[in-house]
Structure formats: C-alpha cells, structure tokens
Write a protein that binds this ligand. Structure first.
Ligand SMILES: Nc1ncnc2c1ncn2[C@@H]1O[C@H](COP(=O)(O)OP(=O)(O)OP(=O)(O)O)[C@@H](O)[C@H]1O
Ligand SMILES: [Mg+2]
Length: 262
C-alpha cells in the first residue's frame, strides 16, 4: 500500500542523513513494527510519511500513485497519527469534543459526527469518559483518547510513534490490547514505531532500523531469532529473550513456554 524507494533526508544542522536511502513497503492490513535505537531515524520516517518534512529525496507511492505536491494532501488523509506524549495532543475541553474535533474541521454532518465519535470511543473502551476533561485522565487513558481521535477519521493507516513509551506498564498493556482489537476488527494498517522489542510481538512484519538505515526486516520470529543483529543495533533484549539465550537454545518463546522449558 505504501512504498518508499531510496528515501533520504538530512536535517540542515547535521552532516549525517537522518534517513539514509531507505526502501521499505507497508502492506495493506498489516501491523508493521519499526524498531530502532534512539536517533535511528524512526520519527524522521514518520514526519516524511505525514508530510511534516517535505524535502526528502526518493519516492513514496501510495497504492501505486507517487506522492507529489498535487496529490499529497488528499492521499495523506488516509493516514492518522498518534504521538509519544499523551499531553501534547488534546484540543477539546472534553474527551468527546476532542475526538469530534477533526470531524468538525472536515465538515462532517452533526449526526454522523456523533455516531463516529461514539464508535471511536467505544473501540478504545473510553465511552464512559466522554464528558471528562482530557487533562485529568491517566496516561494510558489519554493515549486511548488520542487513538480514538485518530480512528474517528476512519484512516486506512494508523501510525503510532512510540505511543506507549511515556505511559505506565498497565496503561501500555491496555493500549496494546486495544491496538490488537482494532487491527483484527477494522483491518486498519498499523505502522507501530517503538524501541521496545517486547512490543513488536503481535506485528505481522518488523523492520529494524539503525543509523538511518534498514538493518533487517522479517517476521517477528525471524527478528527475535537474530539476536546478534539486535545487540549490534543497540536494542535492549527483553528478559525472556536474554534468559532463553543464556540457558536454552535462544529461540523466542512466551514467558509461559519459558517457565515450562526451564
Ligand atoms: N529537528 C532536528 N534537527 C536536527 N537533527 C535532528 C532533528 N530531529 C532529529 N534529528 C536527528 O536525526 C536523527 C534521527 O532522529 P529521529 O528523531 O528520526 O530518531 P528516532 O529513531 O525517532 O529516535 P527516538 O527513539 O529518540 O525517538 C538523529 O541523529 C537526531 O539527532
Ligand atoms: Mg522518535
């Protein structure tokens, strides 16, 4: 659905390319994780996809159409994003207003706006909080509202840039659970950016980035199995992987399997 060919970008203040001639594809309906250490170029990739950065080299195609100045704003309407900081993405005085904001801006008729807002809040299990003030929610709840705001726009592609990194483990688990449901029920394409290897578990495909380049890509099993590459990419291995690597054959397994094997 989205294909990047030799896409490169360097910030003016830096000699290095933040994104260094990257070629990757995102298949429709897939959950694709992009994982990499700090500064590996993940957010730069997101900024290019979202049109926050426009002066990149290379080409991006969306369903076979090359993204250019004439069509970018229309094609990008199919993308929605959730950022890292839950506090920086609210515009409404209540949860409901916040979710409806984008729809209102788009001139969606009132009745439809209400239906879509309710459906989106229901999808993230936040309908009961519709009249609450966003600033008073927990981090995990805030991110669920941010996901609802994105979902209300009925995007084909939902991009999450480290959307779980600033919330506590409980909130993180809730968000991951909701993403799994959304992915299963709506077949939304997910581009899930993270530096946490444990979080790629449910993706269909994973791309490892390092220093602006694609280091490796494959299924989650393939990525987890290649521990040398993960270590060389300066990624922190989850505890169960470390233990399996040290004591067993190093294959990826859930905590339950690991306990059973040990
Ligand atoms: N606004 C900017 N101006 C100059 N350099 C930048 C800017 N934003 C990012 N960079 C640099 O570009 C490179 C890639 O940064 P990017 O934010 O894309 O990485 P990232 O993988 O998202 O990192 P993180 O895990 O910390 O979010 C880094 O070397 C970073 O220092
Ligand atoms: Mg980033």
């Amino acid at each position: 659905m989205i294909r990047l060919e030799n896409v490169a970008y360097g910030y003016k203040t830096s000699e290095h390319k933040a994104l260094d001639y990257v070629s990757i594809s995102f298949r429709q309906g897939d959950w694709v994780s992009v994982i990499g250490h700090n500064g590996s170029g993940k957010s730069t990739l997101v900024k290019i996809l979202m049109g926050i950065i426009n002066e990149y080299e290379g080409t991006i195609t969306v369903d076979g159409t090359v993204l250019d100045d004439t069509n970018a704003s229309v094609l990008r309407k199919r993308f929605a994003i959730v950022f890292q900081n839950p506090d920086n993405q609210f515009v409404g005085a209540t949860v409901e207003d916040d979710v409806a904001f984008g729809l209102e801006n788009d001139g969606v008729p009132r009745e439809e706006m209400i239906t879509r807002t309710e459906a989106a809040l229901k999808a993230v299990n936040m309908l009961d909080f519709r009249n609450h003030e966003p600033s008073r929610l927990s981090g995990g709840q805030k991110q669920r509202v941010a996901i609802a705001s994105a979902l209300a726009m009925a995007p084909d592609v939902l991009i999450l840039d480290e959307a779980t990194s600033m919330i506590d483990p409980e909130g993180r688990r809730e968000v991951m659970k909701i993403l799994r449901t959304i992915h299963e029920e709506r077949q939304t394409t997910l581009i899930f950016i993270t530096h946490d290897l444990a979080e790629i578990e449910h993706s269909d495909h994973a791309i490892v980035m390092g220093d602006g380049k694609v280091v490796s890509e494959g299924t989650v099993e393939e990525i987890y199995r290649d521990i040398d590459t993960l270590v060389a990419s300066r990624l922190e291995l989850p505890f169960n992987m470390k233990l399996s690597h040290a004591l067993l054959d190093g294959s990826f397994m859930s905590y339950e399997e690991l306990v059973a094997r040990l």
